[in-house]
Design a protein. Structure first.
Length: 246
């Protein structure tokens, strides 16, 4: 997923930061992480620690985070599971749609309806597996004294594949320098620990689907796809939409 898409996504997430549709999605991620890791203690559950970190980066209140953890161990808690759908849209756009749901029948029906209304089509699960690679992604603020080349050499031993400096939009219209690093799917834990040992606190730590062969779209085409993606992400069960757009 190219830099231009990431920039727009970052700007959108800033706008959504305190909106009601974001916190429930983050809450689901926290609940799943707590349940799967078998512990509500982030010090004992690395997946939960990552989910909380991402929630805090989106200004999710502490009370909401604690409530999401408690839901994981409540007797009447819903069994929320991750579901992945493959789809295609106009202009050669391919999509991996990541969902979290306690009702797969409802989720697939909603996603299919959104796709069909917007010129999209659901594909057989796994049909895009060769088009995307799941990678570890970490984003953190670039400090003035950070030596990116030195950091790259140090982190290669922990699974680093790519490091890049970028600019992230802020809520007030300003911009800030960030560093984005990618690593293999299996290197998430090692990279996370390596950053922690260096005193680096990511504003985002995730496993994302990255297109192996990105495509370019015109501004007009991108506007149409952006609207399409917004409609998918409006659904309560859709956590994220990854595309092959550069």
């Amino acid at each position: 997923m190219g830099r231009a898409f990431e920039y727009r996504k970052a700007a959108k997430m800033k706008r959504w930061g305190t909106m009601s549709r974001v916190f429930p999605k983050l809450g689901k991620t926290i609940t799943m992480a707590a349940k799967e890791g078998g512990s509500g203690d982030p010090d004992m559950n690395s997946k939960l620690r990552t989910a909380i970190l991402n929630a805090k980066a989106q200004n999710m209140p502490k009370d909401n985070i604690e409530a999401a953890i408690k839901r994981a161990f409540a007797k009447d808690s819903a069994d929320i599971k991750e579901i992945i759908y493959d789809a295609k849209a106009s202009f050669g756009v391919q999509m991996v749609i990541e969902c979290a749901s306690d009702n797969g029948t409802r989720t697939v029906a909603n996603v299919k309806a959104i796709l069909s209304r917007n010129g999209g089509e659901m594909l057989t699960t796994g049909s895009l597996s060769f088009m995307f690679t799941r990678k570890s992604l970490f984003v953190f603020d670039k400090k003035p004294d950070m030596q990116i080349e030195e950091m790259e050499l140090e982190l290669i031993d922990f699974g680093l594949e790519e490091i890049e400096e970028d600019i992230e939009p802020q809520e007030n219209g300003d911009e800030k320098a960030i560093v984005r690093i990618y690593g293999a799917f299996t290197s998430f834990g090692e990279l996370s620990k390596a950053l922690e040992e260096r005193g680096i606190i990511p504003t985002k730590a995730a496993l994302e689907y990255v297109a192996n062969t990105p495509i370019e779209l015109s501004d007009e085409q991108m506007e149409q796809i952006d609207v399409f993606i917004d409609k998918l992400e409006d659904d309560e069960d859709v956590q994220a939409v990854y595309t092959n757009i550069n």
